[in-house]
Design a protein around this ligand. Structure first.
Ligand SMILES: [Zn+2]
Length: 453
């Protein structure tokens, strides 16, 4: 499956790629430990050939010839496929502020460059985009116009109950859904924009809002399926999660807050329903050692006043909310282990850029990997979740593995993440579409935001 017709792709690529950014026709990368994202044991002393932005041969060093190719020695390094973030909110955060006023092409590009800097090849914005600009920008990035930006995947406007929408929250972008006909019409508006999934919200927010009624979310799911689209739902409460499974939901955008045996059975009856992790909220409330002392990757990408604000918030200091967050984290972690044990496909989502304005885009991908290990997955399982599985959930046929035919998007690490998942942060270089991005240049731009903003 292609993102859009190849003629359009070719036209944009020629018009859009800056002069001088062309990679050599063929490059052979040799000597790295290769974790291919397919769940198999790593290939020690590997070799892989990249031609015209794609992997064409993958194996052990010396296994195949590549006469005429440029060579890159990666001895001592570990290579993983570029990571994929299945759940984010892009374009809203800008240093100390977060809101629709920041939602510009430039800010989205800044965010996608941050993802790339952190080794993330694609991020799925979950229902908080608006206007035509995001679809245009999505296509330009996919066509290669911005070689140092991660792919911006957009669900366009989500579908929300009226009670969730307020001018100062991100659901201001959403279609308000009040009738079955309106629900279907909103899905139909998204079809020609070539979104791959529809985002909706079904949550009482602890009793504070009136959620979408079952007839409305059933209409959304039915209309989406008629148009070959999947539906991703924000639904963290157990009873709603059960009914959404019965209704044929495709993707839970967050881990469900608790998992009982009936929910497990429903997942078994619906083996194609997947979950994106998004464990960061309760987790960073109780565990944020990377803030004190601040991790160098944060210090080099985030302005000091934004870091200071987060240091004040996390980890929580008041005993009561701290205990509550610790309990939610324990329930989430237990649920992840329980669903994983019965084979539910869990991908990685960060919910980065969300409303609190306190999540560092790109960085949160790496903390989420650590969260999943803390929940009981092995580092090897977590790397597959963050690459191949998330690519499958998002319908990204081109990404998620180092294997012949896929786009050559990969991360070179200075240490082995199978030994310690936090080694995913020891990034030596990042390649998108076969080209190494200039991380030093990106870094210089990230801190260049007006301090008062
Ligand atoms: Zn979200």
């Amino acid at each position: 499956m292609r993102y859009f017709p190849s003629l359009v792709l070719a036209g944009l690529a020629i018009a859009g790629r800056p002069v001088g950014a062309q990679p050599p026709r063929a490059t052979l990368f040799e000597g790295a430990r290769l974790i291919a994202g397919d769940g198999r044991a790593p290939i020690e002393n590997s070799a892989f050939l990249v031609e015209n932005g794609r992997f064409t041969r993958v194996g052990k060093k010396g296994e195949f010839q590549a006469g005429g190719a440029a060579r890159v020695d990666l001895s001592g390094k570990t290579v993983i496929p570029a990571l994929i973030d299945g759940h984010s909110h892009i374009g809203y955060m800008r240093n100390l502020t977060s809101g629709a006023q920041n939602y510009t092409r430039e800010n989205i590009l800044d965010h996608m460059r941050r993802f790339a800097y952190f080794g993330v090849a694609a991020s799925q914005s979950m229902g908080t985009d608006f206007g035509e600009m995001p679809f245009q920008l999505r296509d330009e990035i996919l066509a290669g116009k911005y070689p140092d930006a991660a792919r911006f995947l957009t669900a366009g406007r989500g579908l929300s109950p009226l009670s969730e929408i307020a001018p100062d929250n991100m659901r201001q972008a959403a279609f308000p859904v009040t009738t079955v006909a309106g629900a279907r019409a909103s899905v139909q508006e998204l079809v020609p924009r070539r979104v791959k999934l529809i985002k909706t919200w079904v949550d009482t927010r602890g009793g504070a809002v009136k959620p979408l009624s079952p007839d409305l979310y059933r209409a959304i799911i039915d209309e989406a399926h008629k148009n070959n689209l999947r539906v991703a739902v924000h639904a963290t409460e157990l009873e709603q999660a059960k009914d959404l499974l019965r209704a044929g939901i495709d993707i839970f955008a967050h881990m469900i807050s608790e998992v009982d045996d009936e929910l497990v059975d429903l997942f078994k009856q619906h083996p194609n329903t997947t979950v994106l992790s998004a464990l960061g909220g309760p987790r960073r409330a109780v565990y944020a050692p990377w803030l004190n002392p601040v991790h160098p990757l944060i210090a080099e990408t985030v302005r000091p006043e934004q870091i200071a604000r987060l240091q004040q918030r996390f980890p929580l200091k008041d005993p009561a909310p701290l205990v509550r967050s610790a309990a939610s984290w324990e329930r989430l972690a237990h649920g992840v282990a329980k669903l994983t044990a019965v084979g539910v496909k869990i991908g990685v989502g960060t919910d980065g850029g969300g409303q609190q304005g306190d999540q560092f885009l790109g960085w949160t991908m790496h903390t989420e990997l650590e969260n999943l290990v803390a929940a009981g997955l092995t580092p090897a399982q977590v790397i597959v979740a963050a690459t191949r599985t998330t690519a499958e959930i998002l319908g990204l046929d081109d990404l998620g593995m180092v294997t012949a035919g896929k786009s050559a998007d990969f991360v070179v690490l200075d240490a082995n993440p199978l030994d310690d998942i936090t080694n995913s942060r020891k990034i030596s270089s990042v390649y998108l579409r076969g080209v190494m991005i200039d991380r030093a240049r990106l870094r210089a731009g990230f801190l260049n935001v007006p301090a008062g903003n």
